[in-house]
Design a protein around this ligand. Structure first.
Ligand SMILES: CC(C)(COP(=O)(O)OP(=O)(O)OC[C@H]1O[C@@H](n2cnc3c(N)ncnc32)[C@H](O)[C@@H]1OP(=O)(O)O)[C@@H](O)C(=O)NCCC(=O)NCCS
Length: 201
């Protein structure tokens, strides 16, 4: 779970601004726009945010941010959504559904790139993306690969009805050292049972 390569493909349909209201205020997802380059550049240069990703880039230039946003706008078989929260002019991170045409269902990715983590935002933004996976894209299952040390990511998905499936030994690499990941996944009915407290529409 986290950042993945982009798949090429047809232009994405226009989107989306749907929201979940709660004590955080309104959290909403929208498709990426050309004006999001500065925010994307900031997130991927925030070491506090990126250190728990499966893939952590050593550096991330403005040019890379421009390319990333261009691919996100184009879409294809991946969908990336900017996360908006009350009181913030720019998006604070993104959530993604990778490989929407896969038989096994899409993979969820999430990065809260600004320092607003650990107040329920991740769970809420991921819930919005999962709702899209099940309702808009007809997925039966969504999965994620989470580094064993990423307790926050595991807790967020556990509260969205996800279950641990298996250990993926030596699945990630950082600074020449490998680390284990865990495969987690959720089925549609388990997700909707777990998010009965959230207003997703
Ligand atoms: C993973 C991520 C999306 C979760 O979003 P978040 O807004 O930080 O998490 P939430 O506030 O929704 O909290 C999720 C749970 O983790 C718990 N948590 C928060 N900080 C924690 C920490 N440092 N260690 C362990 N658990 C923690 C929360 O208490 C909450 O559990 P609870 O409701 O049972 O108390 C976000 O932290 C993030 O983007 N991290 C950096 C990138 C990343 O690791 N992405 C996932 C790659 S696998």
């Amino acid at each position: 779970m986290g950042e993945r390569g982009d798949a090429d493909g047809a232009a994405a349909a226009g989107l989306c601004g749907f929201a979940a209201a709660g004590k955080l205020g309104t959290v909403a997802l929208r498709r990426f726009e050309p004006g999001d380059v500065a925010a994307v550049h900031r997130w991927f240069n925030n070491e506090r945010a990126t250190r728990t990703l499966v893939v952590q880039r050593k550096s991330f230039s403005t040019k890379q941010a421009e390319d990333w946003v261009r691919r996100a706008i184009r879409g294809g078989e991946d969908r990336k959504y900017a996360i908006l929260m009350d009181g913030r002019h720019e998006p604070v991170g993104f959530t993604a559904l990778y490989g929407l045409r896969r038989e096994s269902g899409p993979e969820l990715g999430a990065l809260i790139g600004d320092d607003v983590r650990s107040q329920g935002l991740g769970r809420r933004a991921e819930a919005l993306a999962l709702h899209k996976a099940f309702e808009e894209f007809g997925a039966a299952r969504v999965y994620g690969e989470i580094p064993v040390f990423n307790d926050r990511a595991k807790r967020a998905v556990a509260k969205l009805g996800w279950r641990y499936e298996e250990l993926l030994p030596n699945h990630g690499q950082r600074d020449g050292e490998s680390f284990d990941c865990e495969l987690w996944a959720v089925l549609r009915p388990d997700f909707y049972r777990a998010v009965a407290d959230l207003d997703l529409d």
